[in-house]
Every structure is written in C-alpha cells, then in structure tokens.
Design a protein around this ligand. Structure first.
Ligand SMILES: [Zn+2]
Length: 255
C-alpha cells in the first residue's frame, strides 16, 4: 500500500523553487537581491537567520550521535506524532495503517535515496511537507547526519515497516534514470549495516535488535512497496555488493 506520508522518490522540496527562479532569470525578468532571497528562502518563521553551519543549517540543538561514525546528531523536529508540536514521539509499538500494537524490534535496515542531487539537510531539519524522518542522512562524501535517534521510529518506508527499521536517506549523486551514488556512500552504507549487526541480540538505544547481514534484513524502499523506484536502479543493483562488504567489515573489522 502506498505510504502517503513519504513519497520520497519525488523531487526534493527546494528544487522547484530554485528552478523557478532560474527560469525567471533566464527569461530576462528583473530579480532584485531581495527577490532572490525570498525565492530561495524556506517559509519557516525562523528563516531570517542565514545558514551558519552546513552540517546544521537550521541551528538545531545537537547531541553526540548514537552511530559513532555520524558527524553529529541533530535535534530535528522529526519522528514525532505531530512534528508541528514535537512533544510525543511516534511509538515503535504501533504499526500499520490500522495502528495495531506490536512488540518493537529493529530487524530491517532500509535504504532510500533522496531522488534529488541538491543537499537535503535543510529540508530534513524541519517539519517538512513529506513528514520525512529518516534515521540517517548520507551525503556524497560519505558523511552522515543522525536526524533522529536510532531508537526513535523513523517515518520513511510506510507504517508496516517504520516500526521495525532504521532508515537511511542517501543523497543521489546523479539524477534520473540511474540515480547513481558515490563510492564513499556505498562504503558508508556497508559500515552502517555492519554496525547495526553488532547489536544483534542486544538493544540499540533502548530497542531490541534482531539483525543479521543478509538480503532479508537489508532491503530497499521499493522492496517494501512496488509503487516507488526508490532508491533507484544504481543502488538497487548494488545491494548484494553492499551486503557482502558489510559482512566483510563485520567479520574483519568489528568483531
Ligand atoms: Zn524511499
């Protein structure tokens, strides 16, 4: 069933705005500096502050990430019942469109892509229009931002999968049709998977983990729902290699 909250194979939010501006400029429309600022600045009330830090464009509070390879953890208003009023966390013991009760477990690592190549950290640092709340955001250079704690329920893959998963949004390095990613991103995906496997039979950030490194437990968005091409053909074709590399890291570097 489609997940209406997270059609994340669509273009990112900031893309159309910038494209519209470029089209306007190319057509010879006079655009003032203020016009540029208005055209490229999101609508949130705190947007008067210029971006200060590319790893924290919204100036969010941050914390030492649970995932040790992450550059930082941001206190993004994501993964809550209502991100406009971020007080109650979305519960990992609630699953499905009918909201039935489950016993929380992390037993899936689910790979997504952004579907757009321009940086999405600003979009993912606020109560965004897709209610997208991945656990991790993975950039072209392989750097990772932890957007919600791994114990928190992501909102990335649909109600039948969010409760049992951690999810990564991989910033696409090229557009359609391949949506390629970089070698650094492929390596980092394997590193994340190997790290998650070290928690098998234990708990991660308060949630029990049952996770082994194989293609049952490492899946992509399109493997949960045929209505999306996420994470694109390039990443999809490399899943077996990502899993093999993760197993190598797990056996030879982490244990
Ligand atoms: Zn996806």
């Amino acid at each position: 069933m489609p997940d209406p909250q997270t059609p994340d194979s669509a273009s990112g939010y900031s893309g159309p705005t910038r494209r519209s501006f470029l089209i306007a400029a190319g057509a010879g429309v006079t655009v003032t500096a203020a016009g540029i600022w208005l055209a490229t600045t999101p609508e949130a009330p705190d947007s008067a502050m210029p971006p200060l830090d590319p790893d924290n464009p919204r100036g969010l509070a941050h914390y030492d990430p649970v995932y040790p390879r992450a550059a930082r953890g941001l206190e993004a208003p994501l993964g809550f019942e209502n991100c406009a009023n971020p007080t109650a966390r979305a519960r990992r013991d609630i699953a499905g469109s009918d909201g039935h009760v489950v016993t929380p477990v992390i037993d899936r690592f689910i790979i997504h892509h952004t579907g757009t190549t321009n940086d999405q950290l600003d979009f993912l640092s606020r109560c965004n229009k897709r209610s997208s709340a991945p656990t991790f955001y993975l950039r072209h250079d392989g750097s990772v931002i932890e957007l919600i704690r791994p114990g928190a329920k992501p909102s990335s893959t649909g109600a039948d999968w969010n409760w049992r998963s951690v999810a990564v949004e991989t910033l696409a390095a090229t557009g359609a049709p391949e949506y390629a990613v970089t070698a650094e991103q492929l390596e980092e995906l394997s590193q994340m998977i190997a790290w998650l496997a070290t928690f098998d039979g234990k708990s991660l950030d308060g949630v029990p983990v049952s996770f082994t490194i194989d293609r049952e437990h490492v899946i992509t968005h399109q493997e949960t729902w045929s209505g999306t091409e996420c994470p694109g053909p390039y990443l999809q074709a490399r899943l077996d290699d990502i899993v093999a590399r993760a197993r190598d890291i797990f056996l030879n570097e982490l244990t």
